[in-house]
Design a protein around this ligand. Structure first.
Ligand code: UDX
Length: 435
């Protein structure tokens, strides 16, 4: 099939690569000329493993091409994906202006039946509004062309986006006609995942509800971690025991310094804003957000208490991105920590395999190092904020000889507490007795 994917951010580019790999011919479109020029040279504007190599191959074979001109490829494409951003507005609502702009462009240019697939995360009920925008544009052209507007949310994890696009656990398709259903089945013919066909409004809600539920698991375990720590229990063991019940499961029960990224905080705000517009209070999500916002404060308090004061202390920060294997620092807990440490007159040296350049723009005065050991030099305390492999695998035996005081605060519980203690560290994780 010939497919147009409009919006070449991380979701659009990953979706384009995955569709091209499964045999379709994909036109990836963006109005940002600079971005398109960069993608044409098979260079990604963000870091995501394996995609760059595939871009090279797929562009050479012609299965994937990049363009700014929807008008030049729309007639050849039977399915059009919308994958533009829906950032948060000040009140937490999703900003739909990019989605609406694409809808107007489609309505302006389409000349025959199309399946239009909404992959951007949009508030529940948006599909119906977008449909009206397209109809309005067609009416302006005195045309009555049939089309189907489908909701097909993405569940891609950054750092594992390509894997998730190629091997989704489920495909959710909100769709109203048999014709569109048939085309979507054909589109995903080569993907061996279960497909749930439902209504567009249900599909939109499934996306938000899934992210909200995962965030709820994280905030639940983080709040429990504070409690465990107070009474001398170990949250890691507690989560392990809970997870052995298949109704609960082990995933997303890793206590830490809170969730970040481009999805959970934004999607939960959007869902709460929509609920409030409908006079509904989502009490659980309010609490989830509160726990997440205070988790870094709680962790910083621990550090301050252990060190006595932060003023004049040299703090080594290991990990800046909101999670490993990405360069994304959006809503990363590290940013709140840096802010607080600087306000309290601490000196910071920081290491991250991919996120440094982005953080440098916000905090130019920090010393950034290109390897983890260098960041540890003469540190009064070490903070592990992202569980990068490079950080977990530090030679902690050697490291103790180059740091000033052996305080390690592990915000991701990735090191073994008793091993660290044996090496002579004062080790503090999240939700466990300090060593
Ligand atoms: C998430 C969803 O997983 C994905 O399905 C959706 O499409 C987009 O949002 P992503 O934001 O890439 O993906 O990352 P994810 O792996 O879900 O982690 C989100 C945040 O939660 C990270 O900051 C991570 O460190 C944190 N987290 C995750 C925990 O603190 N504990 C856990 O047990 C799991």
């Amino acid at each position: 099939m010939n497919i147009a994917v409009i919006g070449t951010g991380y979701v659009g580019t990953t979706t384009s690569v995955a569709l091209a790999l499964s045999g379709h011919t994909v036109f990836a479109i963006d109005h940002d000329e600079e971005k398109i020029e960069q993608l044409k040279t098979a260079s990604l504007p963000f870091y995501e493993e394996d995609i760059e190599e595939l871009l090279k191959k797929l562009t050479v074979t012609g299965k994937l091409s990049f363009t700014t001109r929807l008008d030049e490829c729309i007639d050849q494409c039977s399915i059009l994906f919308i994958t533009v951003g829906t950032p948060s507005l000040l009140g937490g609502q999703a900003d739909l202006s990019y989605v609406e702009e694409v809808a107007r462009a489609i309505g302006n240019l389409m000349n025959e039946y199309k399946v239009i697939v909404m992959k951007s995360t949009v508030p529940v009920g948006t599909s119906a509004k977008i449909k009206n925008i397209i109809i309005n544009e067609l009416t302006k052209r005195n045309l009555k062309i049939p089309f189907d507007l489908i909701s097909n949310p993405e569940f891609l994890r950054e750092g594992k986006a390509l894997y998730d696009a190629l091997h989704p656990e489920r495909i959710v398709i909100g769709c109203e006609t048999r014709k569109a259903q048939k085309m979507m089945k054909q589109l995903y013919n080569n993907v061996s995942s279960e497909i749930l066909f439902t209504t567009p409004i249900n599909a939109e809600m499934i996306k938000y509800a899934s992210n909200a539920f995962l965030a709820t698991k994280i905030s639940f375990i983080n709040e429990l971690a504070r409690f465990c720590e107070r009474i001398g229990a170990n949250v890691g063991e507690v989560a392990k025991g809970m997870g052995m019940d298949s109704r609960i499961g082990t995933q997303f029960l890793q206590a830490g310094i809170g969730y970040g990224g481009s999805c959970f905080p934004k999607d939960i705000s959007a869902l709460m804003a929509l609920a409030s517009e409908n006079n509904i209070t989502l009490n659980i999500l309010q609490a989830v957000t509160h726990v997440n916002q205070t988790q870094t404060d709680w962790f910083l308090e621990k550090i301050k208490k252990a060190l006595g004061t932060l003023s004049g202390k040299r703090i080594a920060i290991l990990g800046l991105t909101f999670k490993p294997n990405t360069d994304d620092i959006r809503e990363a807990p590290s940013l709140k920590m840096i802010d607080y440490l600087l306000q309290n007159n601490a000196f910071i040296t920081a290491y991250d395999p991919q996120g440094t350049e982005h953080v440098k723009k916000i905090y130019p005065s920090i010393i950034y190092t290109s390897n983890p050991m260098e960041a540890l030099n003469e540190a009064d305390a070490v903070l592990i904020l992202t569980e990068w492999k490079e950080i977990i695998e530090i030679d902690w035996k050697t490291a103790i000889s180059i740091i000033s005081s052996p305080f390690v605060f592990d915000g991701r519980n990735v090191l073994n507490a008793s091993d660290m203690k044996k090496l002579g560290y004062h080790y503090a994780g999240v939700g466990m007795p300090d060593f």
